[in-house]
Design a protein around this ligand. Structure first.
Ligand code: SF4
Ligand code: SF4
Length: 376
């Protein structure tokens, strides 16, 4: 990896990452790309947004081959991409993972890898040592074998995950842990935090579960949310969980002071998806982000630059919507929802899902009361 480039971009002396983002927005550059190398996974997580793994495995023959992927990585660099996230499914189910990973790093991309942690071979650890990733992100589903495997539905997955974490730590690979909070593991949050603390690893959580995303291996259908959303914790618990993290609580309390009276943007999409970032699925379809479907089928193999141009034009053209239910909401900036998640739940990008409104109202209340306490 070009170390000086990483320093320059990630907070090195005299530099400002925000400048890169601002410049990318002006030049319409796909600065950040997430790439699902496969939807296949060796786990069968109860909350998985990818849907039925048996059906997904049947689509294996449609996945992009190694040479095509390597070519796309080179094209990304040429198009101005700097940040690449390799994800899945579990990307390490592909026997060519190391080849793809090393090619990406050698090409100059700052690569993050998201995985379930159970498939990290010694060859992969050696590769991470040779070509350090920006970060390896592993999901910890619980603090005990019972809870972890009740979620992953895979015997031995807890031990395999902890074993990989230990080997990566010993090898000094940059590593973060995260969890998806749901009814099944909520009570183990303190214990999960303790595991991460003992290992001196950064740990973050996400309480927002999504229904199955529409993609081409489930014929573009979502599951409407029923089964997965039953695992969601109540909004009160989600807010409590957020505020148990002191640094997060502090920064939210700070944020609320800046928000009051601030004019909100009325745009449908407030994020960077389709503006400076995009997503590529295992079959080469380009979309604004993992959960937001594209308005038309855009194939990466027809050229990254051409695909990005089409995506950018289609996406920015769709950004102002009269009937957007969040249009004038002042809480938008502290709300984790986005039109992509609304499509999954309400079927329409402009129609908010109730859970997010409830969560965000409680969040603002808590932020306000914390901020008042600070003042008094
Ligand atoms: S580890 Fe991730 S991709 Fe695999 S089944 Fe679980 S949620 Fe889905
Ligand atoms: S989902 Fe609700 S809280 Fe969030 S931005 Fe929309 S209206 Fe506001």
């Amino acid at each position: 990896m070009d170390d000086s480039l990483e320093k320059k971009c990630l907070g090195g002396e005299g530099n400002d990452l925000a400048r890169y983002f601002a410049r990318a927005a002006v030049t319409h550059t796909p600065l950040s790309v997430s790439f699902e190398l496969t939807h296949r996974c060796n786990f069968r997580c109860v909350h998985c947004y990818l849907g039925d793994q048996e059906a997904i495995h049947k689509h294996r023959h449609r996945e992009l081959d190694t040479d095509t992927i390597l070519g796309l990585l080179d094209e990304m660099v040429e198009a101005g991409t700097l940040f690449l996230t390799l994800t899945g499914g579990d990307p390490m189910l592909r026997p060519d993972f190391v080849k793809i990973y090393e090619h990406a790093v050698r090409a100059g991309l700052l690569v993050s890898v998201l995985c379930n942690g159970s498939l990290i071979t010694n060859e992969i650890v050696r590769s991470f040592v040779r070509y350090p990733p920006r970060i390896v992100d592993i999901t910890l589903y619980g603090a005990t074998q019972n809870t972890f495997e009740a979620i992953t539905q895979k015997d031995g997955s807890f031990a395999a995950c902890l074993n990989s974490i230990e080997r990566l730590r010993k090898a000094n690979v940059r590593l973060h842990l995260k969890t998806v909070v749901m009814t099944l593991n909520y009570k183990e949050m303190p214990a999960m935090r303790a595991i991460a603390k003992d290992m001196e690893l950064e740990f973050r959580h996400d309480c927002m579960l999504h229904p199955v995303v529409a993609n081409s291996d489930n014929a573009g259908r979502t599951n409407g949310g029923g089964d997965i959303l039953r695992l969601r914790i109540p909004p009160e618990w989600a807010v409590e969980t957020d505020f148990e993290v002191k640094e997060l609580a502090r920064s939210l309390a700070e944020l609320v002071k800046k928000l009051d009276g601030k004019k909100v943007s009325e745009e449908l999409y407030q994020c960077q998806a389709g503006k400076i970032s995009c997503h590529i699925d295992p079959y080469g379809i380009m979309q604004p982000c993992l959960i937001t479907p594209s308005h038309s089928t855009i194939r990466a193999v027809d050229g990254i630059k051409a695909g990005w141009k089409k995506l950018y034009e289609a996406f920015s053209a769709s950004s102002a919507v009269e009937s957007f239910s969040c249009k004038l909401c002042e809480d938008k900036i502290i709300c984790p929802a986005c039109p992509g998640s609304f499509v999954l739940e309400t079927g329409r990008p402009e129609q908010a899902a109730e859970y997010y409104c409830q969560y965000t109202a409680l969040r603002r209340e808590k932020m306000r009361s914390l901020s008042r306490k600070e003042v008094t």
